[in-house]
Design a binder for this molecule. Structure first.
Ligand code: FES
Length: 141
C-alpha cells in the first residue's frame, strides 16, 4: 500500500469503533488493491484493536488480499453446492485459459448456490457456468 495520508483519509470517514472494521477493510482493499501490513497496523491503531485482531479478519475473508495483484481476477466458487453442480470439472480448463494472465481465485459461496457453478468478476456475478462459458469469460478478461 502506498500513502499513509490516503489511509488517514479513508479512516476519517468512519467512526473509530469496532463496527467500522469491515467497511474500512473494504474501502482500503478497493483503494489500494490490498490490505497490507502497514494498513492493518494503521487500522488497528485507529480502532483501538490489536494488529492480530485486524489480521484475523483480513485473513478470514477472501475479499481481502495482503498484496496487490494487477491481474484480472475470476472468483470461482468451489463450495459444496457448486461442487455438486460440477465446478471441479471446470477448474483445469479455466486455469489453462487463464495461464499467468488472469488469476483464478477459489472462493466459498457467492450466494448463487441454486444456480452454480458460479463465478464473480469485479461486481458482476455469473451463474450456471459450463466449461465453454467459463473459458470464454476468462478469455475476455
Ligand atoms: S456454493 Fe457456490 S454460490 Fe453458493
Amino acid at each position: 500500500m502506498s500513502g499513509a495520508a490516503s489511509l488517514d483519509a479513508i479512516l476519517a470517514d468512519f467512526a473509530p469503533e469496532q463496527a467500522s472494521l469491515l467497511p474500512i477493510l473494504h474501502e482500503v482493499q478497493a483503494a489500494f488493491g490490498c490490505v497490507d501490513a502497514a494498513a492493518e497496523a494503521g487500522i488497528a491503531r485507529y480502532l483501538n484493536l490489536s494488529r492480530a485482531e485486524v489480521h484475523g479478519v483480513v485473513s478470514f475473508y477472501h475479499d481481502f488480499t495482503p498484496m496487490a495483484d494487477p491481474r484480472p481476477c475470476v472468483q470461482l466458487c468451489r463450495a459444496e453446492a457448486c461442487q455438486a453442480r460440477g465446478v471441479d470439472a471446470l477448474v483445469a480448463a479455466a486455469e489453462a485459459a487463464a495461464g499467468s494472465r488472469v488469476r483464478i481465485k477459489t472462493v466459498y459461496c457467492l450466494g448463487l448456490c441454486s444456480a452454480g457453478p458460479a463465478a464473480r468478476v469485479g461486481d458482476t456475478l455469473y451463474a450456471r457456468l459450463d466449461e465453454a462459458a467459463l473459458v470464454d469469460l476468462v478469455n475476455k478478461l
